[in-house]
Design a binder for this molecule. Structure first.
Ligand SMILES: [Zn+2]
Length: 292
């Protein structure tokens, strides 16, 4: 071997080889194309990480571990305008070093419709007495919304609360009540005769189970990390506040209480104040968190 070739061989041997731990961790989200009202599951492959956190649309993302990947369930509120929303992810390695990744995520506009509806006038123009109840309800709901667990309480996928198909296009429609008031429908409606058993869509904790003005008899389940599900217009409660429930457990019977056009179940999905399409949540393939 010539001196030159020998030198090159030595230099090559000394050169740092790209090693696996320095590879950029992959970031994947489902669904791949996102619109307002959609839930979103982020998956990061970072088997050597000790913690993963992130930020998106002003929300903090809390990741949980499932085998070699880290997952965060997030979402885009129905009122979010289309555009590019930068995502930043911070990965902390076992030795304490951190790595920050950035992605631009495009959010498109979902084609939600406008529908006229008729409800009793007291729900469109509430009187002074009703306004007092509505204000008190707001405090009770805010307390429930702020009591989310710091770890995931859900276990695997979410499943529908009833074995029937929901009313098509019911999520996201702009509703014109009695020709005057417009509001966005932030949930999915299921046809249900009064007294139909309603199942928890995943495991969690009951943070609210009581009558409210608009929602009627209402149950709110916390699934941890800011994700909650809301069940409205119920006739009867089968769980009490504070109880732990499993996916599929009967939590209430359906009814037509509160601001309802007739007997049905309204199911809401709320993540850190954003309202998401429940049907899209059911289609996400969620892993079961690895117990620490
Ligand atoms: Zn509804």
């Amino acid at each position: 071997m010539s001196l030159r070739a020998c030198l090159i061989a030595v230099l090559l041997a000394l050169a740092p080889l790209p090693c696996l731990s320095q590879q950029m961790p992959s970031i994947v989200w489902t669904p791949a194309s996102l619109a307002n009202g959609s839930p979103c599951l982020f998956a990061i492959q970072a088997p050597n990480a000790s913690a993963v956190t992130g930020g998106w649309q002003g929300h903090k993302l809390s990741f949980f571990r499932a085998q070699n990947s880290w997952y965060a369930l997030a979402g885009i509120d129905i009122e979010v305008a289309p555009g590019n929303y930068p995502l930043s992810i911070e990965i902390t390695a076992a030795n304490g070093t951190t790595q920050t990744l950035h992605r631009d995520i495009t959010i498109t506009a979902a084609p939600y419709k406008e529908v006229p509806l008729s409800v009793p006038e007291k729900f469109v123009q509430p009187d002074a007495e009703a306004l007092k109840i509505i204000a008190a309800d707001k405090l009770v709901k805010n307390k429930a919304f702020s009591s989310t667990a710091p770890e995931p309480l859900e276990s695997g996928h979410f499943s529908p609360p009833l074995p029937v198909a929901p009313r098509t296009d019911s999520f996201g429609t702009r509703r014109v009540f009695n020709g005057t008031l417009a509001s966005v429908h932030r949930g999915l409606d299921y046809r249900a005769k009064p007294g139909t058993p309603i199942a928890a869509v995943n495991s969690g904790r009951v943070v609210l189970a009581r009558p409210l003005y608009y929602e009627g008899n209402c149950v709110i389940l916390d699934h941890g990390l800011g994700l909650m599900t809301l069940y409205m217009h119920l006739s009867k409660f089968k769980v009490a506040e504070g109880a732990r429930v499993k996916r599929g457990q009967i939590i209430a019977l359906s009814g037509g209480t509160g601001r309802a056009t007739g007997p049905h179940l309204h199911l809401g999905v709320r993540w850190q104040g954003a309202y998401l399409d429940p049907a899209k949540l059911f289609s996400l393939d969620l892993p079961t968190p690895t117990k620490p």
